[in-house]
Design a protein around this ligand. Sequence first.
Ligand code: ISE
Length: 341
Amino acid sequence: MSTTRELRVGVVGAGMMGADHVARITDRITGATVSAIIEPDEQRAAAAIQASRGAQSFSRIEDALDAGAVDAVLIAVPGQFHEPVLLTTLEAGLPILCEKPLTADPESSWRILEAEQKRQHPLIQVGFMRRFDAEYRQLRELVAGGTAGRLLLLRCVHRNPAVPDSYTQEMLITDSVVHELDIAPWLADAAITSIEIRRGRRNSLSPAHLNEPLLVLIELDDGVLVDVEMNISVQFGYQVATEAVFEAGLARIGQPAGLQLWQDGRFQIAEQQSFRTRFQQAFDTEIQAWIGAARHATIAGPSAWDGYKVAVACAAGVQALSTPGAVPVELPEKPDFYAGA
Ligand code: ISE
């Protein structure tokens, strides 16, 4: 495509995340415009069209591609619907930003890798937005720089105020811990070797079909241990924080920020209420970087190989939900195709 014209992005799925990306691309991102909304639900489609600047409406990705309405595709439908959209868009040779997870299981993720390897170079960027969060990036640099000594432990908390009724026990791993399964090895520059899950007292405020919080213990191949408190009914707000323990230092990210107020004998600071605000900067940076790369038909973030690795770790995590002890995580060789990605 021409480098001066705006990149025409088709957004597949106009649910919460899709609608968020439509607003982001329309109002804050430069170099791109939302040209198509691919959403069969009429109400959602109409709301997204209204939030865009004149996007066309399609109910199927095939129709948007046949109409030549898009230069790049952002997939924001739930993970179990990603595979056919990914395969169709790959076939058309267009750059893709695929919200996490890449697909619902390692087998389908592997099929995506096979299809992508028929192209000249990687076209899929996976939406692990934490990699674009300024604090996570600083922490990764601290680990790599070694100025506080070697990294020993990553202590993560992942707390949501509440979840929708459609949220299942497996989603504690595939929808939520999925982020730590990407970011912890990325921070430590290491690979996951096993996952163990423990459950203690159940939060009686959880939906009846859920048994949580969970403690997830992740082992990395360089000896670093990662623990994650996964807690989705905390009521009071949204918290994603990490404490990194080094040989000669300690670092914390994800602490409440903003106005601090001392009044009436109390100290207050606002807490995040949702991942959309907590990670707004990360999402904006991620999408801007992807748009820049997509103009040259490349990617600027986690690849489909990264998505596959996380799919394998998620499968082990789901198994660990019902298996005592550590469940091993084993990966095949990384295909050469992804060497530079
Ligand atoms: C949600 O889908 C996300 O991706 C959020 O980042 C995560 O915190 C939440 O637990 C998930 O349900």
